[in-house]
Design a binder for this molecule. Structure first.
Ligand SMILES: *[C@@H]1O[C@H](CO)[C@@H](O)[C@H](O)[C@H]1NC(C)=O
Ligand SMILES: *[C@@H]1O[C@H](CO)[C@@H](O)[C@H](O)[C@H]1NC(C)=O
Ligand SMILES: *[C@@H]1O[C@H](CO)[C@@H](O)[C@H](O)[C@H]1NC(C)=O
Ligand SMILES: *[C@@H]1O[C@H](CO)[C@@H](O)[C@H](O)[C@H]1NC(C)=O
Length: 422
């Protein structure tokens, strides 16, 4: 039996086609209003939020016989779930680790490890951290996907600025210069429309460092429409205290990794020191950590590093922890969005004999599970204190540090910022 198309349906489709043509010819260009267009967006990811590739160029030693000393080409070092199997995970942490040079105050890759960050100026590499697009590596995807439904085009008016998140901002000079260029070129490619910076987690104190140290007020007024911060640890996070002491399987790494295997690697990242709780939010008497013999606060941090037997951490702290000084406002309009209502460690306690190698007891407070509320709300200090620029503050109840990236209220706030509705 032949299926004959219904002629009236055919004509209906054809006339729609004609009307569509006529409409675009006669009204599209001159008469009718264009659909509202959002401002171009640059996404600045957080700690763990950029893909890292490595090439092993001849490691002098390895931690197991199964680990390679040399590879012919770059491979996915982060995020690559295959590298988290027993034994292989030790090769992985050894390749991820940095070496801090106390003479220069800067860190380097392990000898024989060459790394690069992929996807600068594209969006895919910050939408998914795992190139196989496994759900654990899902990152800015939900926000970008919503933006595409509002007319955005990946790589044109929504782009990512991934970076080596193992490093503190003072080690990211080349990146911060590239970020400035990316803002300028994205502005030009989008008919000189101002940029909205959208940061997540550590991407926010990093963006603050950029805005306060790499560009002047005239540049900010010309190029930046607003800065949307999601889940910003402005003054650091208590999770970092545990990370230095015992190692921490961060909420971020949605995979089950044993903290003791991660400690050497996590301690070596200068970004960890950058996110150490700051006296801007923690008062001198507030106890961060307690052991049988001592209380630690922001006033005796040097003793903390001495007692965990990691004095390199004190050197890293001196270089990286106070890079944002007293957290001066950025001088661009800010929309500060953060989650609360999720139990977040506020203090750690180690019983006698457990410090620092074993996981502590946690005492919980308010926050997003990773960032304490007192750190996330530092942006409220900027209201009426931001070079005359607007500051709006939005608490999203029960939005976890990562889940805020797909929370409908947070995505709606991003939409309002980029369509200049707030
Ligand atoms: C990776 O390292 C190997 C060993 O040093 C080298 O021969 C190769 O050229 C490197 N690959 C790339 C793409 O740079
Ligand atoms: C640290 O840096 C200095 C100056 O560049 C260099 O001479 C020294 O060899 C480095 N130390 C290590 C352990 O790499
Ligand atoms: C730690 O601080 C608490 C509360 O102020 C106090 O009761 C305790 O004695 C202090 N512990 C040590 C070892 O100083
Ligand atoms: C930060 O504030 C403190 C206390 O108000 C002050 O002593 C210090 O000089 C300030 N530091 C900077 C870098 O502005």
């Amino acid at each position: 039996m032949r299926v004959v198309p219904n002629p009236s349906l055919f004509i209906f489709l054809f006339s729609c086609f004609l009307i569509g043509q006529t409409e675009s010819r006669w009204f599209g260009k001159y008469g009718r209003q264009q659909p509202p267009k959002g401002l171009p967006v640059i996404l600045v990811p957080g700690d763990g939020g950029s893909q890292i590739e490595a090439n092993l160029t001849g490691k002098p030693s390895t931690v197991h016989y199964v680990c390679s000393k040399q590879t012919a080409d770059y491979f996915d070092l982060w995020l690559n779930l295959e590298l988290f199997s027993p034994l292989i995970i030790d090769c992985w942490t050894d390749n991820m680790q940095l070496v801090f040079n106390t003479t220069t105050g800067l860190s380097e890759n392990m000898p024989g490890v060459d790394t690069r960050i992929v996807g600068f100026g594209a969006s895919e590499s910050v939408e998914w951290l795992d190139k196989s697009k496994a759900s654990q590596g899902r990152y800015f995807f939900d926000i970008v996907d919503s933006m595409v439904s509002w007319g955005y085009r990946r790589g044109k008016d929504v782009v990512g600025a991934p970076f080596d998140w193992r490093r503190s901002p003072n080690e990211l000079n080349e990146y911060l210069i590239q970020l400035k260029t990316l803002v300028e070129t994205t502005y030009r490619w989008n008919e000189n429309q101002k940029i909205v910076l959208v940061g997540h987690s550590m991407g926010n104190p990093l963006s603050l460092y950029f805005l306060n140290n790499y560009v002047d007020q005239a540049w900010k007024d010309k190029y930046i429409s607003s800065f949307v911060s999601l889940a910003a640890p402005w003054a650091g996070s208590m999770q970092i205290v545990r990370l230095f002491a015992s190692g921490y399987n961060m909420n971020y790494y949605r995979v089950i990794l044993p903290p003791s295997h991660l400690r050497a690697m996590q301690r070596s990242f200068t970004s960890s020191a950058f996110l150490f709780p700051s006296p801007v939010a923690w008062k001198p008497h507030e106890i961060l950590a307690t052991t049988a013999t001592k209380n630690y606060t922001v006033s005796n941090i040097k003793e903390f590093f001495a007692d965990i037997d990691y004095m390199v951490g004190w050197e890293q702290y001196k270089q990286a922890a106070r890079l944002n000084g007293n957290l001066t406002a950025p001088g661009v309009p800010v929309h500060c969005i953060y989650g609360t209502g999720v139990p977040t460690p506020e203090k750690f306690e180690w019983a006698a004999g457990y410090f620092p190698d074993y996981p502590p007891t946690e005492f919980m407070g308010d926050g997003d599970g990773t960032v304490n509320k007192k750190s996330a709300t530092v942006c409220t200090n900027w209201i009426n204190n931001n070079q005359g620029k607007k500051v709006t503050v939005h608490e999203v109840f029960q939005a976890d540090h990562m889940a805020i990236l797909k929370h409908p209220n947070a995505i709606e706030l991003v939409r309002k910022a980029i369509f200049q509705e707030m």
